[in-house]
Design a protein around this ligand. Structure first.
Ligand code: ADE
Length: 230
């Protein structure tokens, strides 16, 4: 998979992709990730990329020309399955969307900044808009990093344990059960005995029950979701 990210402040996220599971996936050749600087196609001597809002209002808007130039350049080099704009005024990201995107070959992600991007870019180029939650961040870089992380970790070979992505919270519409490691007793608190029993059927049943209880307590909305098979 190849992912191209367009950003006004690429330094904010370049480093994120060099480490841990995403860094390893890149080194293994599973994912190519490029973060491009909008200033490369900025206007004039100062490589301007933003401007005041027509009609008045606080905050700057990303001008269409640098975005359009980057998008056209990249599109001339390969076909993109999706051109995604990270923005709070969009459907909120869920695991089914992440799963779907992990099957694509080439993704482009626009990390907006300031008050947003010129609407004409959304109409002309963007194929999908994604929010990472009902709150506003100062830019789309961290949301883009969230999306890339969620997608790349699903690529075959990215995780050491192939099954672990399937047991993540949300993959079955439920939250993950509690997990424990050694020691079996820590400051007087014991690991539930079933986990030490070696009885795999009993362990599976306990995990399922714990998942259900935790979801009912913390995220009852997930149990009402008609898309869930639970
Ligand atoms: N840009 C700013 N806030 C955002 C959010 N919540 N999701 C996606 N992009 C954003």
């Amino acid at each position: 998979m190849r992912i191209d990210i367009l950003s006004a402040v690429p330094a904010v996220i370049r480093e994120v992709f060099n480490h841990s599971i995403i860094g390893r996936a890149r080194r293994k050749g599973l994912a190519e990730i490029y973060v491009h600087d909008l200033h490369d196609f900025g206007l004039g001597k100062y490589r301007q990329i933003d401007d005041y809002m027509y009609g008045g209002g606080a905050g700057m808007v990303l001008r269409p020309e640098p975005l359009d130039a980057w998008i056209r350049k990249l599109k001339s080099e390969r076909d993109y399955d999706e051109i995604i704009f990270m923005t709070p005024d969009a459907p909120v990201l869920t695991q089914p969307t992440v799963n779907e995107l992990s099957l694509k070959k080439n993704l482009m992600i626009i990390a907006g900044h300031y008050k947003g991007i010129d609407e004409r870019i959304r109409q002309m180029h963007v194929t999908r808009e994604i929010s990472i939650g009902d709150y506003v961040l100062s830019g789309g870089e961290l949301p883009a990093a969230v999306l890339v992380d969620a997608v790349v970790r699903l690529l075959p070979g990215a995780l050491n344990d192939e099954t672990s992505a399937l047991t993540d919270s949300f993959q079955n519409g439920l939250l993950s059960p509690p997990v424990y490691t050694r020691p079996a007793e820590f400051k007087g608190m014991k690991v539930p005995s079933v986990l030490l029993s070696g009885n795999h059927a009993a362990i599976e049943k306990w995990r399922e029950e714990q998942s259900r209880k935790k979801t009912a307590r913390i995220r009852p909305d997930l149990l009402k979701n008609p898309d869930s098979d639970k």
